[in-house]
Design a protein around this ligand. Sequence first.
Ligand code: ADP
Ligand code: MG
Ligand code: MG
Length: 918
Amino acid sequence: MPNKTKSSKSKKTGSSKGVKYVYFFGNGKADGNGKMKSLLGGKGANLAEMTKIRLPVPAGFTITTEVCTYYYDHNRTYPPSLDRQIDEAIAKLEHAMGRKFGDTSNPLLVAVRSGARDSMPGMMDTILNLGLNDRTVRALAERSKNERFAYDCYRRFLQMYGDVVMGVQKRPGEDHEPFEVVIEELKKELFPKDPHVSDTKLDAAALRTLTDRFRKLIRERTGKDFPEDPREQLKGAVGAVFGSWNNERAIVYRRKYNIPHEWGTAVNVQAMVFGNTGNNSGSGVSFTRDPATGEKVLYGEFLLNAQGEDVVAGVRTPEPVAKIQVQFPEVYRQLQDVRRTLEGHFKDMQDFEFTVEEGRLFMLQTRNGKRTGLAAVRIAVEMVREKLIKPDDAVRRIPADSLSQLLAPVFDSHARKTAEVIARGLPAGPGAATGQIYFQANEAEAAAHKGTKVLLVRVETSPEDIRGMLAAEGILTARGGVSSHAALVARQMGKVCVCGASDLQIDYATGTLTVRGKHYRKGDFLSIDGTTGEIFAGEVKTSPSDIVRVLIDKDIKGNDSPTYKLFAQLMQWADQRRKLEVRANADQPDQVEHSVAFGAQGVGLCRTEHMFFEGHRIDYVRQMILAENADERGRALAKLLPEQRSDFVGIFKALGGRPATIRFLDPPLHEFLPHEESAQRDLAEKLGISADRIARRVKELHEFNPMLGHRGCRLGIVYPEISEMQARAVFEAAAEVQSAGMKVRPEIMIPLVGFPKELELQLEVVHRVAAAVQKERNVKIAYLVGTMIEVPRACVVADEIAKSAQFFSFGTNDLTQTSLGMSRDDAGSFLPRYQEEEIVRQNPFAVLDQGGVGKLMETAVRLGRSVRKDIKLGICGEHGGDPDSVKFCHRLGLNYVSCSPFRLPVARLAAAQVALKD
Ligand code: ADP
Ligand code: MG
Ligand code: MG
């Protein structure tokens, strides 16, 4: 090769001289390898790797992602040396294949395939059979002695090239691709009695007619002729692949999965192998294990006499790959070998694409397969048992978020028995979903936005449906197999999906779904089970997952649930590795119990006011708020005291010696009073006071800026008797439980502190009451008093606050609101736009804003520790259950994260993952 790779420095300068832009693979040798994903893209790197391990890969070359970057940096032009490098690679390819590009006796045909660093299913466009024109197609027909095959390739090429490169696509308002419309029309002419015949029924003459009509369609729609010259075709195709990096659906996908726009895509140019030569050929997609359940079986599908696009696009529904065993026993045996080779080499479940040409197997792609949360856990745990990987790898590779899928509900078994199964499809994304049906992605999105639970129902999905799929609870399609677009995307998003339910007749025009004579209209309810493929009429009740049943409901035993056992094994590995503690946000004894079952090592946030709404208590709370003097208030508080105390007793008992962070009353008082006139009148009657008095009090308590009013410690400072009552309830409960022989560790948390003096005033109350109760009951209680850090001022004076605070807990919900000056409840109107404009990458209320709020936390940690070395640090906002935020907290050196009970497994795994990076 004349072009040697230069050091990465010379690449960065933007000079293209001497930079290697084209990497060849073929005949057991490759310029690149599987590690070079950022340069060659995932597909290109693995094609090189598979070539090297001697799997049968058709030869080809990869144009690097650097060319894509260059292309966008240089006004859509290419590096000067690229043409020459491509020419050299083509010459090499021609030599390897013994065919020539554009040759009129033995033409070389190629596939032009995109390939980003991370696979982006269906996002980028692939063009097959490039190199065909009116002359080479005849050569292909003669050489193969198979005219039908040659014209089948040609019509496919025209269709893909016309669509992807020349832009002949569905116009707004059209429901079908224009090329498909031409095909349907021809079928109607040729088979008036059976217009839905399979494409394989079209003979050579019919296909030739199609190629003529396709060329005419291209001319009509674009005003241009389809290019005959293969070099020009190649140029157009390469440009289209780079261009498609910036099409809307690719951008939407990257935003959703946080793939940087700067990465760019590579282009792979590869010799064609043909699955469409007849019934001795075909194409398939397989997984080395079942991606839905994780079971160790060759899983996938195969379509006879077809090119790969047919399998992926879901135009025809393929057969399970196991059936190859009968037709091609030799190929099946080879596939089993390939499966072992791939897993042995890549040490992970692979999703691979292959073609059989005249009984010979060719590998076209492999990548780590997308899988459901359940499959991720099963595969990782079983691979450790098979000694393919180590427990560390298992912990590292399971996306922490996917554990939430294992906890998701399934259909209630009783409800399911009585539910009417209206049809069946292929189980493609497990779980239970119920919702109102919508047929158009944009309508589904709009309905979901309004809070409707939506099922997206389509004949098949395509990349432009992504937004609707994201918004839907579940996805149901009439056509396509388990590796169709719908299935692939659903699995990745963790959506429930049933596909290829061929009994469904969908009429987009009238918005109706007809199943065996019964009609369902837009907005009607259906339910789908993505684990079995069943489709039910109406809403079907759901029931908890195995893990919830074992840990919470306790109606099955862990040993009887394979899923639970896998989960428990993984959690054990995670717990052995993590350094962060995990706690739960829980307010009531039963929630605390559930949290402990999910692995909580304590309560990180007990919101005392949540107990205020139970039963009679709200009346006492209201009496307290409406009190005209300290005396009246005292009487109301005295009634609340025993109630609070008994709650804390329950919580301490459920914790069995684990710590509990108890936050004192936080919300503004008007939240406890009725705002409507009629409700105020009712309350007045009940309490024997005038309705006017209530209305007046509500008015007094009104906040002009709801997040910034009389709340948090400001309540306890103006009404110290409230804090006093709460402190007494905590310590009396602690004394009671401790005297019964159980350890208690109360940690009293004062909310919304910004000034050190605020904390000092509340501390005085807490310590005074603690001393009194300990004396009265003659016990010694180990307790801490600290503060919730949730306003920026607290972060910047954290050293002063730490003089009296024994712990900090970052209340990142409010800290985000107050730092950004953005109300969580009102941000919905502009946040989506902010994300689109990339002002923020993610919703800062879900994923911690590390660059801003995170900096404030860092400051608080540093200042706090400078004064009190052993200050205990935690986080208790929503972010405590978000994997990225958990990892950030580990790096900050916090002691624990606290999150809602169902997020605990996610937090445990994320904490282990970040610990493994140290
Ligand atoms: P995607 O990234 O959308 O999967 P691919 O580049 O893998 O796109 O191409 C889609 C399909 O086209 C593949 O499944 C494969 O079957 C077929 N294909 C790709 N390259 C070739 C080739 N060299 N010969 C025959 N078929 C091919
Ligand atoms: Mg592919
Ligand atoms: Mg708060």
